[in-house]
Design a protein around this ligand. Sequence first.
Ligand code: ZN
Length: 110
Amino acid sequence: MTTEQRSELRERMRQEIEVLETNIARLEDGLSPVAPDVAIGRLSRLDTMLNQGINQSSLSQSRTRLVRLQHALKRINDPDFGECIECGEAIPIARLLALPECQMCVECAE
Ligand SMILES: [Zn+2]
């Protein structure tokens, strides 16, 4: 990996982290509990609960991804960064740019 590629990748990770942090904050705002006496029908209350379920799962996915990205960003200067943890081959830069937190090459990931 060249120095330019590394800094491009670092920039990419920072952007992704920023987007994720914004999304997580938004999801958390949307997760306020449904007030029991709100004048909404039974069905719309069910809708709200359903939506909250969806928010809850994308929230936990976003959090997991955020932790992985932060971890990858910390390791980006390590000599073995960008190597597949399974086979030790260098992960192609295109894959890393598309999925900066990945730790395996395409073959091993499958
Ligand atoms: Zn591999």
